[in-house]
Design a protein around this ligand. Structure first.
Ligand SMILES: Cc1cc2nc3c(=O)[nH]c(=O)nc-3n(C[C@H](O)[C@H](O)[C@H](O)COP(=O)(O)OP(=O)(O)OC[C@H]3O[C@@H](n4cnc5c(N)ncnc54)[C@H](O)[C@@H]3O)c2cc1C
Length: 300
């Protein structure tokens, strides 16, 4: 590691904050992290752990609007957004509507693919270090379908993935069954996204925190950033629990709190907290009989 680039202060100890700390450390920065909670619970601990270059379709896409509007007001749906009359929700909603078209999907696909592939390769790099063992498996994720209608939609998407250079197999019922001989599957086929993988997020988070602590990163837990001190357009310090923390660089990784965190510094970010996994219900199979642990059943 090179040394003495200066001090970087990261706000938020989710996977974005910890990964930023990890790579800033490699580049010679002295790193401190401010976290409003303890180090046991945020979105990064409790997700499905899928690493998915195959998810190159942005959420704002044709057809999502009608379904999305129904889902937005259903608290049990995967895309629930707490209703309010806030101008923020209205402004975000209008932008979402404007972008829900095919040209936006086509324009974004390559960039999202590249980001996801880069992310996947960095997970491989971290998994190669002796301090880490977070059950990273790059053995693919299956999209399974039970009807011709869904088969058609999924095959179309699979060909888009193939055209984007991703490693994908379109399989019939027999081929799926061969891949999973220990499970009786009531499906007509599926797509094997061999480019995808999965890991154990809880283990990654815990191991990353230990690694960072052992390598000199300071964590200030139960410290909520409530204000910034700025000179012109530059942030010079943040205030958390009445204390002032100065640094040379500030990295905001507040997850779903990011808009309000950024707003305190006068930065407007169009991000709306909600739940994930549109159009699919995730079925996480724990049984060791399954070769792959992650499957999607496409909803009709
Ligand atoms: C059900 C579900 C399943 C998912 N499955 C997957 C998946 O399979 N694969 C995938 O890649 N992604 C998945 N995701 C998404 C993934 O979990 C998130 O994108 C990721 O965890 C976000 O990380 P983050 O570091 O940005 O935010 P977070 O993990 O939310 O961390 C942000 C941190 O910032 C802190 N913070 C916020 N404001 C302040 C403040 N003012 N002061 C101090 N600290 C502050 C918060 O307390 C929090 O600890 C899933 C999400 C959900 C909900």
């Amino acid at each position: 590691m090179t040394q003495n680039k200066g001090k970087a202060l990261i706000i938020g100890a989710g996977i974005a904050g910890l990964s930023s700390a990890y790579y800033l450390l490699q580049k010679g920065w002295q790193v401190e992290i401010l976290e409003q909670n303890d180090l046991s619970n945020n979105c990064s601990y409790g997700n499905a752990g899928m690493i998915v270059p195959s998810h190159f379709t942005p959420l704002a896409a044709p057809g999502v609007v009608a379904q999305g509007i129904r889902w937005m007001f259903d608290s049990k749906s995967p895309f629930y957004v707490k209703p309010s009359l806030s101008t923020q929700l209205l402004s975000w909603g209008l932008k979402f509507l404007k972008h829900s078209n095919q040209s936006h999907v086509d324009r974004s696909a390559q960039a999202i693919r590249d980001l996801n592939l880069a992310s996947s390769s960095l997970y491989n790099e971290i998994a190669g270090k002796e301090e880490f063992n977070f059950e990273l498996n790059q053995n693919g994720i299956l999209m399974l379908y039970k009807t011709e209608k869904v088969a058609e939609e999924e095959t179309e998407l699979a060909y888009k993935a193939i055209n984007l250079g991703l490693s994908v197999d379109i399989l019939d019922k027999k081929e799926i069954q061969t891949l999973e001989p220990n499970v009786q599957l009531d499906v007509i086929g599926g797509v094997n996204y061999k480019c995808d993988g999965h890991m154990n997020p809880m283990k990654l988070m815990k191991q990353m925190i230990s690694y960072l602590k052992n390598n000199g990163v300071t964590f200030h837990t139960q410290h909520q950033v409530t204000a910034y001190e700025t000179v012109g357009n530059t942030i010079k310090a943040v205030i958390a629990n009445g204390n002032k923390f100065s640094a040379d660089r500030f990295i905001m990784t507040g997850g779903s709190f990011l808009p309000e965190l950024a707003q305190k510094a006068g930065i407007k970010i169009q991000l709306m907290p909600g739940k994930d996994i549109p159009s699919c219900i995730l079925l996480k199979i724990q049984s060791t009989d399954w070769n792959m642990q992650h499957y999607y059943w496409k909803q009709e």
